[in-house]
Ligand binder design. Structure first.
Ligand SMILES: *Cc1c(COP(=O)(O)O)cnc(C)c1O
Length: 424
């Protein structure tokens, strides 16, 4: 499928005259259409709820849009919980799916009334101590081990993943929790990341539904929700077929009717914790071509770098690039598109066929709306960019300013050389 930018060159020029590149730009219209379709796809389930994985794009303005559609927040650290609290998420609107969790964070989450999702059986004691007793509702994270296969394809390797409890442990955990007075139970599992197949969720659902029915039969626990977590991916490459959320919702419904309904569990709510699927396609890194270099290869240097979007540098991930204003020009030039870090992996594209790029051209780096700005860092003294929301009516709003040297040096503000540092 051809990948089309959600913004024109003219609009980007207008935005850039106010907020210089590089910046992350988000598409309100796309975000709204997508979340609304997700809700429709799972509307067969009365208690369905998406807990947006805050780590993917921790921007309150964007999460507030999702809140309008009933989404909660999936958090994994105290600062993410603080963010959730600030935008009014409390109680059942918070899912705390953390791991290797500091005890104080359990306490903080419990204070907000959030649902604690235990990554390990040993955390039962930790939560009990931290919260002076266990909450009435708790969730456990499951990891069946082995390889996760769809037909003959290995999708991922849960046996090698640090998350979750073994089958034996989750039975034991539920037994202990019930004995200690927990009344409502949830099961959570995240077995594959960035899947681009409609079969992942239905297969995961089948595994979790069978486990839930057996836990209920053997231990008499009341399971009120099953959390399919994240993992629905996006088509980063133009030759990939994007997921069909309606087919996915329907596949989960079939498994629900085949397994949970006959087990007398037709009141179980389905939860999801999607991050990438919610925002990745509706965000782009906008950057300007500032150098061309002709050496052993043809290089285009841009004003963004891996500190703004590190997926290509650390995973070799593909992000499609459109040269704005040259959407229909032939891709007859082969370039490496680079940032300015003193690291050779700082390349947004390697040997990529693109239209001829002129200095000052704006590049639209696709699918940066999740795990993009949030993974940014300050290596080489690089400052994180602004985030801007392109609204449905075509206007735009700054939703995070770009960092300044003061931000970069802020952790030296208790030393006497700080004033000298920020003088320029
Ligand atoms: C990262 C993460 C998610 C979101 O994953 P995506 O691939 O962005 O959908 C959901 N739940 C947990 C516990 C996570 O760690």
């Amino acid at each position: 499928m051809a990948k089309t930018p959600f913004v024109t060159k003219e609009k980007v020029q207008e935005i850039a005259s106010q907020y210089p590149t590089p910046f992350h730009l988000y598409d309100e219209k796309g975000i709204r259409e997508n979340v609304s379709n997700l809700k429709k796809a799972f509307s067969w389930n009365k208690g369905y709820k998406e807990y947006f994985a805050v780590k993917a794009t921790p921007n309150p303005f964007l999460i507030k849009i999702l809140q309008e559609y009933g989404c909660g927040c999936d958090c994994s650290s105290k600062t993410e919980l603080m963010l959730a609290k600030t935008i009014g998420a409390t109680g059942d609107d918070i899912m705390f799916s953390s791991n290797d969790t500091p005890v104080e964070e359990f306490k903080y989450c419990n204070g907000l009334g959030g649902i604690i999702n235990l990554d390990d059986i040993t955390h039962i004691d930790a939560v009990e101590k931290a919260c002076a007793g266990l909450p009435k509702k708790m969730s456990c994270r499951y990891n069946p081990g082995g390889l996760f296969k769809i037909t003959n394809d290995i999708m991922d390797n849960p046996g090698d993943a640090k998350y979750g409890m073994t089958t034996e442990q989750i039975y034991e955990a539920f037994r202990i929790l019930k004995e200690k007075g927990v009344e409502e139970f949830g099961i959570h599992s995240f077995l594959c990341s960035n899947t681009v197949t409609n079969e992942y969720y239905p297969l995961l659902a089948k595994i979790l539904f069978e486990l839930a029915a057996d836990l209920k039969a053997k231990l008499g626990v009341h399971i009120t929700f099953i959390n399919l977590s994240g993992g629905i991916g996006v088509a980063y490459r133009p030759d990939q077929e994007p997921n069909d959320i309606f087919a996915i919702g329907e596949g989960v419904r079939k498994a629900y009717e085949e397994i949970l309904v006959p087990a007398g569990m037709d009141d179980v709510s389905i939860y999801t914790e999607l991050g990438r699927y919610m925002l990745a396609p509706y965000g782009a890194l906008i950057t300007k071509a500032i150098h061309e270099k002709h050496t052993h290869k043809e290089y285009i240097g841009v004003d963004a770098c891996a500190a703004n979007l590190m997926r290509p540098a650390i995973y070799g991930a593909y992000h499609h690039i459109t040269v704005l204003g040259k959407e229909n020009a032939p891709c007859d030039h082969k370039y490496d598109v680079t940032g300015s870090l003193c690291e050779n992996c700082d390349k947004f594209a390697i040997d990529r066929m693109l239209p001829e790029i002129s200095m000052g051209d704006y590049l639209f780096i696709h699918d940066a709306g999740a795990h993009g700005h949030s993974m940014g860092y300050n290596y080489n003294g690089k400052l994180r960019s602004a985030e801007i929301l392109l609204k449905e009516d075509g206007s735009f709003q700054l939703i995070r300013r770009s960092e300044t040297p003061e931000d970069y040096f802020a952790t030296f503000d208790c030393f006497d050389f700080y004033d000298e540092l920020i003088k320029d």
